[in-house]
Structure formats: structure tokens, C-alpha cells
Design a protein around this ligand. Structure first.
Ligand code: FAD
Length: 564
């Protein structure tokens, strides 16, 4: 579900060498004696994408000092958490999209938008190459390039098929608005096909077997929507085949929703079982053909095939080709996603920032960094530090690595407190460095990547725009950890993600929610919470009104089953 805290934000790019001045005033002496206007040379910022991360960045960016250009093959922002509702007509596609030009309208200037795809990032020459995706007769004019001072890569990710044979040919995906619209038509098609007069009963059953591969939030939410659509609307319209419908969710892990609290997985599995949704956990799909889904049951090693009607593939995301190519250029070719530091600057690349699903903050080697700081502080090689100096270092480390703070709080607070006191409980004057390193020794292996969610993407966009907006100020009054000084890294506090929880709508007006503070809420009241959060998180009043009126229409008239 959509995190309750996500805000609609924007994208922007920072300087690789830290936060360098983003605008320069240049006095130009006019050749003409009547014109003496100081010209402001604005830094050029190019933003790739119009999704969660980029719109968050752009929305809050002060463009008085930047010349901003946005490149994306989509001239709209899509509220992805409601995509599963579009697949069954609970919400209309137009209700969850907002034209990007509405979002980037600014009072104090203009942001240029180009509907095109970035095909190559040339980091060495600070250029991006683009190709217009509009089907036009502009022969030879579809391609162009843009120079940048700062680049913000927020191009998202693409569907991951894990190179499974037959997936591209025979499966639906649920990533873009067009995917949701295609699914909606296909569901209706399956019913129309199943009632044709010449079909055998077996053929009708196969046509009405909906298989969902992936038991994560998207797959589960789609299964729940489909179940509601079938049982609340379609069974009344296609009564002759109503008992032949089957929905199967295939999940390779041991449980569906396995990134959620286990109480939610258990609740969801029990609800699906009651609803007659078939959940196959511990099962990996090997291939999909025009008639079957072939899979392996992990526990027994047995291969089985199931006849299928429509298949929806929802198993996660992978890197887009343009980002992959960029990663190869900058020596990150062996990584899964683009790595940034905690200031969201792409590693090994000047003036390029990456936010959202296309990037991850590389928090490996935490211990190496921490060890280096202690070694530098221990000038007399005594192996100890004064308590004051130790606290000072800890403050900087905690600011940079919020996970270390969590780790200390959760697991090792006692051992760290011990370091500061002698066996009698009296405060020590000196702290043993090795003892502290030992207390942190598990941190490296426990560092987890942030999830690929709208909540993370939006917070990163907002963070980045705030850094851009106060770049000059931060040079005068740095706010970041003092010990991380390399090329301006201490100008700003590093990005810190705040998790506001997540929802999982489960159908039948029931939802589950994981809330901050280890709270779990399930049932009908949670579904109402879901309605209010999603209505409030809409990017504009226009979409808010449209979404709420779609929900109301559905309550009164049911969903529309026309094949359009
Ligand atoms: P996106 O929002 O995908 O935006 C990427 C942008 O880049 C797009 O505008 C795209 O057109 C553009 N682009 C693509 N290629 C290029 C190129 N070559 N050049 C320039 N631009 C390009 N997250 C939650 O937190 N809660 C939820 O409930 C939730 N539900 C979801 C349901 C579904 C069905 C899906 C698919 C995702 C859901 N997510 C949810 C995840 C969330 O949508 C993503 O994490 C989020 O969209 C990531 O934001 P982004 O800006 O990185 O990428």
C-alpha cells in the first residue's frame, strides 16, 4: 500500500563534488550605455523522469537560480499505488494521472519539459542524448542532446522477467497506466470468450483461470481487486460461468506479502483462503507458454504445469537499459542498481544525482568508514579516546548512518553503555576503541537497501530539492556531520528516510496496515484509513475529486464491465 507519509515531490541534480554554488552572478558591462543589467548565469539542471522522485524534486525546487529541463517519455505523473484499482475499473485511469505541465508550472519562471526518452548519459561531457517518442514525421529531428551542470537521474525501473521463457510474450505486467488498461480489457475478454457457445466446459474453466505470478503487494492487491470485481459485478453479468472462475497466486517465497509484518502475511493468507483464492507459496515459475504455466515446487523439487487463462507477472523491478549503460561507463557495471552516497550523489561521477527506484544508497563498508575515523582521531595510537571525543565522533556517525543508531538501540545499546562505564558503574574517562568496533561489528551485514517504493522516492526528491534550494546558505553554515568533509559532504545532513508504514488492501473492504511503532491494523476500519490516506495523498484537487467520485460511483453502481 501507499505509505501514508509520501508527499508528491520533485527531482533535481546536485553537484558531484558536493554542493557547489548553484548560481553565479555576473556583471556584464553593457556595450550600450543605457543598458546596465546584471545577468544571472543559472546552472543547468536536467531531470530524467516524471515519476514520484522527479515530481517531488521539481515541485519544491526554487528555480530562480536554475535553468531546469525535464525529459521523460510520459508527459504525466501517475499515482502508481492506485494502478491495481484501474485494472478492474474501480478507479478510472484518467483519475490517477496529472499532466506534468500542471505540476511544473512555477510562479517565478519556467521549467522546460521535453516528451522524449533519454537514450544515453554522457557523464564525461556532461550531456544527455534524447529521442522523441512521439510518432511524428519529423524525420531526423527526433533526436537531440542537452548539456547539464547537474543531472538528476529519476528514470525509475522496468519490469523484471528474470529471463523466464514466455513471460514477455504471454504475460501482462502491472507497471504503467497502459498495463492496467490492457489488463482491464483482457479480464472482460476472458469472460466474453468463456461464454461463447462452442466451448467445452474445460475450455471455459481454462479461460477463467487467472494466474498472478508474484505474491508481493502489487500481485496481492491485484488478486484482491480481481476477486472483488468477479464476485461483486461479473458473476451477475455472466451467471452461467460464475462457478468456473479461479484465481491463483504463485509466490516463490514461503509467504505472500513477505516484506510485511508476519501478522499481515498470516491475515492475508487466511483471508485469501476464505475467499477461495488459491495461494501457491514456495513455487517458482520456470516458463509460461500459450496454454500453461510451468513451475517447480521448491520443497519437493517436483515440476508441475497448470493450464491458464490470463497471466499477470508481478515479481519486482530491474534496471532500465539507459541506466545500465551509464553504470557501465562509471565502473558500476557489476551492480544491480545505481549506487549513490547518502547525499544521493552517484558514486564515481561528478554532478550527477540519482533518486527513486533507479538508485540505492550504498551503505556497505560502514565499518571501514568508521574504523578510518577512529584511526584518524586516535592520534597517539593509544587505542583509547576521551569520552568527550568519543561522543563527538558517535554524533557524526549517527548523523551519517541512521541504521547504526537503530542497531545500537535494538541490539547493542547495553554493550556500548558498558564501554562508557567501569564494572562498578562509574563513568570512565577514556573509551576503548576496539571495544566499540566490536559492538558495531554486525552493522555491515545488517545494512539493508531502502525499499523501491513511492514513499522513498518522494522523500528523496524532497530532500534533494531542499539541498539545491539552500546550497549557498549551507556553504556558510554547514549542517552535516563534521567528520565527513570530503568535497562538501558536510554541507548538508545526509538523506534520512522516515518510514510511515505501508498498506495492503485485501479486498472485500478489508485492508492491512503496518504503522510506525510496530503497530499492525487489519480489517474494515483499516480500509477506511486506506481511503482517507490515498485521497489525501493525491497530487492535485482535480485527481482527488476524480478518485473520490470513482469510489462513490463504484459503491452506488458497481464497476463498469464494458470492454473499452
Ligand atoms: P517512476 O515513478 O516509475 O518514474 C520513472 C519516470 O522515468 C517515469 O516518468 C518514466 O516515464 C521516466 N522514464 C523512463 N525511462 C526514461 C528514460 N529513458 N528517460 C527519461 N525518463 C524516463 N509504492 C509505494 O510506496 N506504495 C504503494 O502502494 C505502491 N504501489 C505500487 C503499485 C504498483 C502497481 C506499482 C507498479 C508500484 C507501486 N509502488 C508503490 C512503487 C512506486 O510506484 C515506485 O517505487 C515509484 O514509482 C518509484 O518512483 P520513481 O520516480 O523512481 O519511478
Amino acid at each position: 500500500g501507499f505509505p501514508s507519509s509520501s508527499k508528491l515531490l520533485v527531482v533535481f541534480s546536485l553537484s558531484g563534488g558536493g554542493l557547489v554554488a548553484y548560481s553565479e552572478s555576473q556583471s556584464t558591462s553593457a556595450t550600450n550605455s543605457t543598458e546596465v543589467e546584471p545577468l544571472k548565469k543559472k546552472k543547468k539542471v536536467v531531470v530524467l523522469g516524471t515519476g514520484w522522485a522527479s515530481t517531488s524534486f521539481l515541485k519544491d525546487l526554487d528555480i530562480s537560480s536554475y535553468d531546469v529541463q525535464v525529459v521523460s517519455p510520459r508527459n504525466y505523473f501517475a499515482f502508481t499505488p492506485l494502478l491495481p484499482s484501474v485494472t478492474c475499473g474501480t478507479v478510472e485511469a484518467r483519475s490517477i494521472v496529472e499532466p506534468v505541465r500542471n505540476i511544473i508550472k512555477k510562479k517565478n519562471g519556467e521549467i522546460h519539459f521535453w516528451e522524449a526518452e533519454c537514450t544515453k548519459i554522457d557523464a564525461a561531457n556532461k550531456k544527455v542524448f534524447c529521442h522523441s517518442v512521439i510518432d511524428s514525421n519529423l524525420v531526423g529531428k527526433n533526436d537531440f542532446s542537452l548539456d547539464y551542470d547537474y543531472l538528476v537521474v529519476a528514470a525509475g525501473a522496468e519490469v523484471n522477467t528474470f529471463n523466464t521463457p514466455g513471460v514477455k510474450e504471454y504475460c501482462h505486467f502491472l507497471k504503467e497506466v497502459e498495463d492496467a488498461q490492457k489488463i482491464r480489457m483482457s479480464v472482460i475478454d476472458c469472460f466474453e470468450k468463456a461464454i461463447l457457445p462452442e466451448l467445452t466446459e474445460e475450455e471455459r474453466r481454462i479461460n477463467l483461470h487467472f494466474v498472478i505470478v508474484g505474491g508481493g503487494p502489487t500481485g496481492v492487491e491485484f488478486a484482491a481487486e480481481l476477486h472483488d470485481f468477479v464476485h461483486e459485478d461479473l458473476v451477475k453479468l455472466y451467471p452461467s460461468v460464475k462457478d468456473m472462475v479461479k484465481i491463483t497466486v504463485i509466490q516463490s517465497g514461503d509467504h505472500i506479502l513477505n516484506t510485511y509484518d508476519s501478522r499481515i502475511s498470516t491475515f492475508a493468507e487466511a483471508k485469501f483462503t476464505r475467499d477461495g483464492i488459491n495461494v501457491c507459496t514456495g513455487t517458482r515459475v520456470l516458463s509460461v507458454t500459450d496454454k500453461e504455466v510451468n513451475m517447480k515446487i521448491k520443497s519437493t523439487g517436483e515440476n508441475v504445469s497448470i493450464p491458464r487463462g490470463m497471466v499477470v507477472w508481478s515479481t519486482g523491478v530491474s534496471t532500465r537499459p539507459v541506466v545500465k549503460d551509464f553504470m557501465d561507463q562509471i565502473g558500476q557495471g557489476n551492480r544491480r542498481v545505481l549506487a549513490t552516497d547518502e547525499w544521493l550523489r552517484v558514486k564515481n561521477c561528478e554532478d550527477v544525482y540519482a533518486i527513486g527506484d533507479c538508485a540505492t544508497i550504498d551503505q556497505r563498508k560502514v565499518m571501514e568508514d568508521i574504523s578510518a575515523i577512529f584511526t584518524a582521531a586516535d592520534k597517539d595510537n593509544s587505542g583509547t579516546l576521551s569520552v568527550e571525543e568519543f561522543q563527538d565522533i558517535i554524533d557524526d556517525i549517527l548523523m551519517r548512518y541512521p541504521q547504526v543508531e537503530l542497531h545500537l538501540r535494538d541490539k547493542h545499546l547495553a554493550s556500548v553503555t558498558d564501554l562508557l562505564r567501569d564494572p562498578e558503574g562509574n563513568a570512565k574517562e577514556e573509551v576503548d576503541i576496539e571495544g566499540f568496533k566490536l559492538a558495531l561489528s554486525q552493522v555491515d551485514s545488517q545494512m539493508k537497501s531502502l525499499p523501491a517504493t513511492a514513499q522513498v522516492a518522494a522523500q528523496q526528491g524532497t530532500y534533494l530539492s531542499s539541498c539545491f534550494n539552500k546550497r549557498e546558505l549551507a556553504k556558510l553554515a554547514p549542517e552535516g556531520p563534521r567528520r565527513f568533509k570530503g568535497s562538501g559532504r558536510h554541507d548538508f545532513c545526509p538523506f534520512r528516510y522516515k518510514h510511515f508504514g505501508q498498506f495492503a488492501p485485501l479486498g472485500g473492504e478489508q485492508a492491512a496496515a503496518e504503522l510506525p511503532g510496530d503497530w499492525v491494523s487489519v480489517g474494515r476500519s483499516t480500509q477506511w484509513l486506506w481511503y482517507s490516506v490515498y485521497a489525501s495523498k493525491q497530487v492535485s484537487w482535480r485527481t482527488r475529486v476524480l478518485v473520490v467520485s470513482d469510489w462513490t460511483r463504484r459503491f452506488i453502481f458497481g464497476r463498469d464491465s464494458s470492454r473499452v
